[in-house]
Design a protein around this ligand. Structure first.
Ligand code: FES
Length: 118
């Protein structure tokens, strides 16, 4: 499957220890800027009941869903035990010199995942 590199904005547009969202096809993606400065991107929808993960609290590399507190690993997308499930994650590339953030997406990936999560 073809990989598409998409410019999604600048690092400064994401608050330190905060998040912002972007829309790609039918999927909303949350970009999280961790306390160490790393940026991770995941599908912005909890696999439990659709909680908006960008509104959750981040501890280390885990986001706590704001609805029922499931913990989801922002690196792997895996829900932590005792709960189960997974969300889509997207490789992030940062151009440190220009301060720009890129996502790597598989062509058609966003549409496929949106259908799977419906
Ligand atoms: S919707 Fe996320 S834990 Fe329930």
């Amino acid at each position: 499957m073809e990989t598409v590199k998409m410019l999604v904005g600048s690092v400064e547009e994401i608050d330190p220890k905060g998040s912002r969202t972007i829309q790609v096809e039918e999927m909303e993606i949350a970009l999280f800027r961790l306390s160490d400065g790393e940026i991770l991107a995941v599908e912005n929808k909890c696999p439990h009941k659709g909680g908006v993960l960008s509104e959750g609290m981040v501890c280390g590399r885990m986001v706590h869903c704001p609805l029922h507190d499931w913990r989801i690993d922002l690196q792997t997308g895996a829900v932590q035990e005792p709960d189960t499930g997974c969300i889509a994650t997207f490789p992030v590339e940062v151009d440190a010199e220009l301060g720009l953030v890129y996502l790597q997406l598989q062509r058609g990936q966003a549409a496929t995942n949106a259908k799977a999560g419906a």
